[in-house]
Design a protein around this ligand. Sequence first.
Ligand code: GDP
Ligand code: MG
Length: 178
Amino acid sequence: MSEIKLVFTGSVGAGKTTAIATISEIPVINTDVRTTDIIKLSHRKEKTTVAMDYGELTLDDGQKLRLYGTPGQHRFDYMWKILIKGALGLIILIDNAGSDPIGDLARYIDYFREFINETSAVIGITHLDVAGEPHLQLYYDYLYQQGIHLPIIQVDARSRQSVVMLIQALIAMLEFGQ
Ligand SMILES: Nc1nc2c(ncn2[C@@H]2O[C@H](COP(=O)(O)OP(=O)(O)O)[C@@H](O)[C@H]2O)c(=O)[nH]1
Ligand SMILES: [Mg+2]
């Protein structure tokens, strides 16, 4: 049975931990701690991931997905390098309700540029139900300026169907060797 490692990364509060928990068929391993315990986060989150999330999902064809979530905060970015090793695909989640979502995307694209060029990635924009702006077109404009062609998909990390669609888009790209 083949196994595929996928990594979820993206801004704090975008929904990485939730997305993995929503689709995982095993109880997720997660290293969330209360934000007040580690840092005064000026954010609406009670908990944040300090090391990683881990879950698993078996597709209909028997392929097993190993799902890793990175901590969002840049102060833990040493974990990003560790988690991305051996990964076949990257899912970048961006919180559309954040203070600078396009800037967030820019930072993750910059950090993972080499990986994206060598393998594959999809971008999921969350919280569009609570923040309609910026429109997806602005994200496309940014990628276009960067000469990067990746799918950008609206996603709600709380919805299994929504997260599975995002993953299927990534798998399809892997199969086409993009
Ligand atoms: N309204 C709304 N809430 C979402 C969406 N996606 C995730 N959330 C919520 O956002 C919060 C932060 O998610 P979390 O998974 O901890 O983010 P992480 O920091 O990326 O791991 C949780 O309360 C989720 O239920 C979305 O599309 N819309
Ligand atoms: Mg998290």
